[in-house]
Design a protein around this ligand. Structure first.
Ligand code: DOR
Length: 436
């Protein structure tokens, strides 16, 4: 295998506090060396080396997307491990954590092993399964978390469904402490949501659609924070969408309670108005909220209350969106837009580039304890060559994901994933080497 030199890029690696022009040397899928231009003179190019000159472009560690629905096993008509991971690398994502709401549910080690084996056979990036907290995600009985952990699960969640039973949630938090993994909460009081379809407010009233109040999320975030305080278990709140949720998280963090939180691009870029016209591509759970909530999410990203940005990639078949709003499935296909949409936070002055990249790489990797999201010497060479200034348009029909369901179709933005390297292999054929 030849050595690979990626030179003249601007490297942003928050895990090493690097924000500088640099060259990176890769050998056998691993970062061998980094030369920071202002500090070191690059060594002579080793013989027999493939060289990429990416002057004017950025290099960042491969993104760790902590919240993805790969749909495999059981819902292969929506997505498979093959198409989902191909979609990931197209978006600059090299580590995918997949949620357990498959069929069968990933609530035992056999399903966990199936996912990991299939990922080895047909995956284009690393896959980390998230096991269910309760058997069948039914919220009645704890799943075999220990066995799933041993098989390779990196966290536990009943995502898509809340654990309504507080005693079970308490036990899950206590039990997960043994393995040091987080419990990811889909924070929703399902009774209060009462089969709602969008945010409860003026727009839902006008459209005549049943609403989901913000309190449905806020109450469960507060309950789970109390349970994290009680147990000392590590709690991670998925897809935070409300101002009240953010406030509760901010206070909990101040009080030293072990909680982390994530949001998704649609909660800092869109509001409930996107549902106007009964746009089923804007139907998502939790629902798109108000301008006030959107501003609160942005503030929480800026002050560190929200630690990470994830896609909540939720691909659906077109027929599941091409129907009445009431009947439509919830979710947005997000792997191919996660990085590009997040970049708008930088362009709009909400976050610096290192702060933004940290929320997409180092922070999720640290929360999961998976040793990714870094380009330190010896790390797996997962990296993205990124153009942050080029004008671009999101085109759902060009997604490699089976799910074309996005409310961002046709949106103009700045930024382009030029190339994604996974284990040192260029996955997109997006750049040509100078030599080698
Ligand atoms: O909109 C959503 N879709 N929210 C979830 O929590 C689950 C997801 C799915 O699985 O489709």
């Amino acid at each position: 295998m030849k050595k690979l030199l990626i030179k003249n890029g601007h490297l942003i690696d928050p895990s090493q506090s690097i924000d500088a022009d640099a060259d990176i040397l890769i050998y056998e899928g691993v970062v061998q060396d980094i030369w920071i231009h202002e500090k070191e003179k690059g060594e002579d190019i080793p013989d027999d080396c493939v060289v990429y000159d990416i002057k004017g472009k950025y290099i960042i560690p491969g993104i760790v997307d902590m919240h993805v629905h790969l749909r495999d096993p059981g819902f292969e008509y929506k997505e498979t491990i093959r198409t989902g991971t191909a979609s990931a690398v197209k978006g600059g994502v090299t580590s995918v954590c997949c949620m357990p709401n498959t069929h069968p549910v990933n609530d035992n080690e056999t399903v966990t092993r199936y996912i990991l084996q299939k990922a080895i056979l047909e995956g284009s990036c690393d896959v980390y399964p998230i096991g269910a907290i309760t058997k069948g995600q039914k919220g009645e009985e704890l799943a075999e978390m220990g066995l799933m952990y041993e098989a390779g699960c990196v966290a536990f969640s009943d995502d898509g469904r809340p654990v309504m039973n507080s005693l079970l949630m308490r036990r899950a938090l206590e039990y997960s402490k043994r393995f040091g993994v987080p419990i990811i909460s889909h924070a929703e009081d399902i009774n209060l949501s009462a089969n709602g379809m969008m945010n409860e407010g003026g727009v839902s009233l006008r459209l005549g659609l049943r609403g989901i109040p913000a309190e449905s999320e806020i109450i469960m975030i507060k309950r789970d924070i109390e349970l994290a305080a009680l147990t000392g278990g590590r709690l991670h709140i998925a897809h935070v969408s409300t101002e009240g949720g953010v406030r509760a998280l901010r206070e909990a963090k101040k009080a030293g309670i072990p909680v982390t939180a994530e949001t998704c691009p649609h909660y800092f870029l869109l509001t409930e108005e996107a549902v106007e016209g009964y746009n089923t591509n804007a139907k998502v759970n939790p629902p798109l909220r108000t301008r006030r909530d959107l501003e609160a999410i942005r503030e929480a990203l800026a002050d560190g209350t929200i630690d990470i940005i994830a896609s909540d990639h939720a691909p659906h078949h077109k027929d599941e969106k091409l129907c009445e709003f009431e009947m439509a499935a919830s979710g947005i296909s997000g792997l191919e837009t996660l990085l590009l949409l997040s970049l708008q936070l930088y362009h709009e002055g909400v976050l610096s580039l290192p702060e933004l990249i940290k929320k997409l790489t180092q922070n999720p990797a640290t929360i999961l304890g998976i040793g990714k999201g870094t380009l330190c010497k010896g790390a797996q060479a997962d990296l993205v060559v990124l153009d942050i200034e080029t004008d671009n348009t999101i085109r759902a029909d060009e997604f490699v994901s089976k799910g074309k369901n996005t409310p961002f179709d046709g949106m103009s933005l700045k930024g382009r994933v030029v190339e994604t390297f996974w284990k040192g292999i260029p996955m997109l054929k997006g750049i040509t080497p100078l030599t080698g």
